[in-house]
Design a protein around this ligand. Structure first.
Ligand SMILES: CC(=O)SCCNC(=O)CCNC(=O)[C@H](O)C(C)(C)COP(=O)(O)OP(=O)(O)OC[C@H]1O[C@@H](n2cnc3c(N)ncnc32)[C@H](O)[C@@H]1OP(=O)(O)O
Ligand SMILES: CC(C)C(=O)C(=O)O
Length: 567
């Protein structure tokens, strides 16, 4: 048997909880967020952030509205220590923001931590030790009691350190690291022992932070653990319960969301889920999940592109194109039916911009995160007529009738298949022009005159090069009818107009009208053409001439010896 052997693993043993209440709850407001980007995120980087990079990230987190920010592990390294000193000495911590620092439950480290925090107005001192059986046995070689002693001593050193700096407002935080792999009764026991030192019941602010240090179970199992913990902890009402989820199974966001239903008040995490191994819980995703449900996330993410830019430059990590809410492609539809639905959905919203957002395939309005609508519909071989028409409308102000959109979509599809990739908006416009708008000089409308004679319109149309124009004359029920008649009368060209649409254009295009036609000449292949003009008549006449011109060989219609029957 090779190493790929599932028998080496065992199922996670869930906490016994027949009466769970969290599944019937709903979230109505955002939890307290704590960003651990500058600590857990930073400790997992190939090159941890420099002080300058940390400052940039800190500034971003503040601007986004984080009220609690774990700024480092000051006893671990000089840059972490220096960073904490710098934001304190340079008075960079806004009134509403509380910084948090992590330390192991070791006296020297705790002393150094307080040294870093000297002069801070308010801070959370976060102490941890591992509590799960594997670490107790393999790392510390201690039983439950021995591990509890580490926690209790740590709590005492934290309390002593705070007592030496009474001018600071201190919040204490304890994490039974690997809480989710710890026996629930023991997790409660050790937290109660820490509380017995800190006395939250006597007014000391205390956070108990319950980590899934390695995510090893389904999110519902974690939620059960949180509800069980909250139900069994003495003095639950005096402490804040926080969760700290890692993403080993890819469910950290779900686990944190269910944990909030189960009673957690506070959630730690990072931007884009940076952090150890597969990362921490992604606060951006969880906050946007709330936002998309109509709940104020209490974080400003409107500068989405800037958040991603600062994150990538500071951490050296990338934001995958399909990352929830913020990835480059997450609002983009390439496939035809999605594009069609988005286009119709966006049309449906016109004039109802304040209505609840319900555009198919777009869970939120991408503009909320500073995204451009240009990204929403992009064209490749999977796209259909709706998408192509949408791009022409959106970027070039050209609305195609349905029959022409269908025709043009085949043209674009053929190109995208050839190029096996995306067809840009500029390419689409160029294809549109070359396929429908191009006309030779021979078929260029110079001028025309129309006069009404009873029910009929008589027309004279001058076409072709200025130096050698062709004059066509005919009669019909309208301008196009008169031109069709003129083509037969003067040149023997039998043009059947199968499709015809014309409309006035909005401002900005230069032209004032557009006409689209599909014409079949002498029972041959139908050709479509589009023309723009000063008015709808000019556009219509030119469109018919262009379609006819594209149907017959150059000069065929004009050479007297073309052999055509002139009636
Ligand atoms: C799950 C998490 O993310 S927790 C946060 C983890 N983050 C980090 O560790 C990043 C920063 N840490 C560091 O830079 C270093 O670990 C330092 C500077 C803090 C300490 O460094 P060192 O003392 O040289 O080494 P190290 O971390 O290996 O210490 C291990 C010792 O601390 C003990 N220890 C580990 N964690 C704890 C803890 N939380 N509380 C008390 N003792 C602890 C170990 O049992 C071990 O003891 P031993 O030396 O008697 O065997
Ligand atoms: C220190 C704790 C909160 C931690 O980072 C973890 O368990 O992942």
């Amino acid at each position: 048997m090779g190493t790929f052997n599932h028998r080496r693993y065992r199922a996670f043993a869930p906490v016994h909880k027949p009466n769970r209440r969290w599944p019937n709850r709903r979230m109505h407001h955002a939890p307290v967020w704590s960003s651990v980007d500058l600590r857990d995120g930073n400790q997992a980087l190939l090159s941890p952030m420099s002080v300058e990079q940390k400052l940039r990230m800190f500034d971003l987190l503040v601007r986004m509205g984080f009220r609690e920010i774990e700024v480092g592990f000051p006893a671990a390294s000089q840059p972490d220590f220096d960073f904490v000193r710098r934001i304190i000495e340079e008075d960079r911590i806004p009134e509403q923001v509380t910084i948090q620092v992590l330390t192991q439950a070791r006296e020297a480290l705790i002393d150094r931590t307080y040294e870093a925090l000297k002069g801070v107005r308010r801070a959370i001192v976060h102490v941890y030790n591992s509590t799960n059986p594997a670490q107790r046995e393999q790392v510390f070689g201690l039983d439950r009691e021995g591990i509890q002693d580490i926690a209790v001593r740590g709590a005492e050193w934290v309390k002593d350190g705070a007592a030496r700096c009474p001018e600071t407002e201190w919040v204490f935080q304890y994490s039974p690291e690997s809480f989710s792999a710890t026996e629930p009764d023991y997790a409660v026991e050790i937290c109660e022992a820490v509380n017995a030192v800190w006395r939250p019941d006597q007014g000391q602010a205390v956070i108990l932070n319950l980590p899934a240090t390695v995510e090893s179970s389904m999110p519902n199992v974690f939620a059960d653990q949180i509800e069980w913990f909250c139900d069994h902890l003495r003095g639950r009402e005096h402490v804040k319960i926080s969760v700290h989820n890692h993403n080993d199974r890819g469910c950290a966001v779900a686990a944190a969301e269910l944990a909030v239903l189960a009673g957690a008040d506070r959630v730690e995490g990072t931007l884009f889920g940076n952090g150890e191994r597969t990362g921490n819980m992604d606060i951006l995703t969880m906050a946007m999940n709330l936002y998309s449900q109509g709940i104020d996330p209490q974080l400003d993410m409107s500068m989405g592109t800037e958040i991603a830019e600062i994150y990538t430059t500071c951490t050296g990590m990338v934001v995958p194109p399909r990352h929830p809410w913020f990835g480059e492609l997450v609002y983009t539809a390439f496939s035809g039916s999605h594009q069609d639905a988005i286009r119709k959905g966006m049309h449906h919203r016109r004039g109802r911009e304040d209505a609840v957002w319900e555009v198919p395939y777009l869970p939120i309005d991408p503009a909320d995160l500073g995204r451009r609508y240009e990204e929403v519909v992009r064209i490749n071989s999977q796209s259909g007529k709706g998408g192509v028409a949408h791009v022409l409308e959106r970027d070039h102000g050209i609305s195609l009738p349905r029959w022409l959109a269908q025709d043009f979509s085949a043209v674009v599809q053929a190109t995208s298949e050839q190029e096996t990739g995306e067809v840009s908006s500029a390419q689409i416009f160029a294809l549109f022009e070359s396929h429908y708008c191009h006309t030779t000089e021979d078929w260029h409308l110079r001028r025309y005159r129309l006069s009404r004679e009873g029910e009929q319109v008589a027309g004279t149309v001058v076409v072709g090069p200025e130096a050698q124009p062709h004059i066509l004359q005919g009669k019909g029920s309208g301008a196009v009818g008169a031109l069709v008649d003129a083509l037969i009368q003067s040149r023997g060209v039998r043009a059947e107009v199968e499709q015809f649409d014309q409309h006035a254009l909005g401002s900005g295009t230069g032209a004032r009208a557009m006409a689209c036609v599909r014409v079949r000449v002498d029972h041959g292949q139908a050709r479509s053409a589009v023309a723009f003009g000063e008015d709808t008549t000019e556009a219509a006449l030119q469109a018919v001439l262009s379609a006819v011109g594209r149907s017959i060989a150059k000069n065929d219609a004009w050479s007297a010896s073309a052999g055509r029957q002139v009636r």
